[in-house]
Design a protein around this ligand. Sequence first.
Ligand SMILES: *Cc1c(COP(=O)(O)O)cnc(C)c1O
Length: 395
Amino acid sequence: MPIPLFDLKAQHKTIEAELKIAFDRVLQSGQYILGPEVEAFESEVASHLNVNHAIGVSSGTDALLLALMASGIGPGDEVLCPAFTFFATTGCISRVGATPVFVDACPVCFNLDVADAARKVTERTRAIIPVHLFGQSAEMDGILTLAKKHDLLVIEDAAQSFGASYRDKSVGTMGHWGVYSFFPTKNLSGLGDSGMLVTQDAELADKARLFRVHGSRKRYFHESVGGNFRLDPLQAAFLRVKLKYFGTYIQKRRQNAAYYTEQLSSFPNISTGDEKNCFCLERDNPEDTSKERHIILPIAYSHNFHTWNQYTLRVIGNQQRDRLKNFLAEKNIGSEIYYPLTLNQQACFVDLSPHQKMLPYAEQLAKTCLSIPIYPELQQTDLDNVIAVIKTFLS
Ligand SMILES: *Cc1c(COP(=O)(O)O)cnc(C)c1O
């Protein structure tokens, strides 16, 4: 049996009847733009995350764009963001006319290196967008201290980390804004595009709601230039069903991750990431990457609640990552490279200034990372199969 990277059909099979009821409820309601279904989902998310305001939006990307627009970030402003993340984080900075300033990555937790961010602050820096990559929080204490010192706006990109927490606080609720995506590959996913913007601040929430509907409170009267960033009631209705099962999805992901780590870490040429090498906590010498064919397993820090949107191996050794990917594919096991290029290496950013090009750790991750199946519906035999194939590859 093939093992895909994720399997939403399997997830939806178990809740098919409830999803159909949700569909019927929206169909019969006659309300297809905003309204009670969206409001109900917003308040359920707000209480789930323990945050004051949740604003349903059309996608994670639009949540980022909306946060930047509502904060008045624009031309002349610099925004710090990781070089190793999904494109949307940076694309939105450029779309509002501001300049993305790329920050290197921590090779252990994959998140932005706070010390490198501090070095890149200038008098033009207005904001920082930490990303909680793969389901684990970035080092928020360091980021919030840096932001306070330089009066920076903090937009947490928690698109991959709904439900994750840092020192018992939900990711997305510690900065000025938090951004979530319910894209089908995320841990809480809709049946299409959808997202959420959250904030603790009533004034910011009011602005976000205004900008979500073309900057108008009263129809056809526009006080700001916003956009159409609305969440569909149909997606809200589906997501309300799935939110009820979210806890069990995460529990399964965490069990799967623990099983991989337990079964793989004792094997020769496999090690777990070393917390001592994390740049976020304390900068140290990076791990030796010259070894041939060596796999480093991802770790969850004890102060983080990791939701394992991805279980990401670092496969060290010349071409070894791509070889493992092909080897898995031959055995019908899905895997994915998140991400094959850092953002500073993207064609659309060739014109960035030369000092933006020195991001050695992010670039190393782009060459070595490989995510393997971790989704909640994996069976025990699937996990054992993936483990066996990785062991065969190494022996
Ligand atoms: C998925 C993702 C987004 C964008 O979310 P969409 O809903 O697909 O627009 C933004 N940032 C990160 C880190 C993501 O993984």
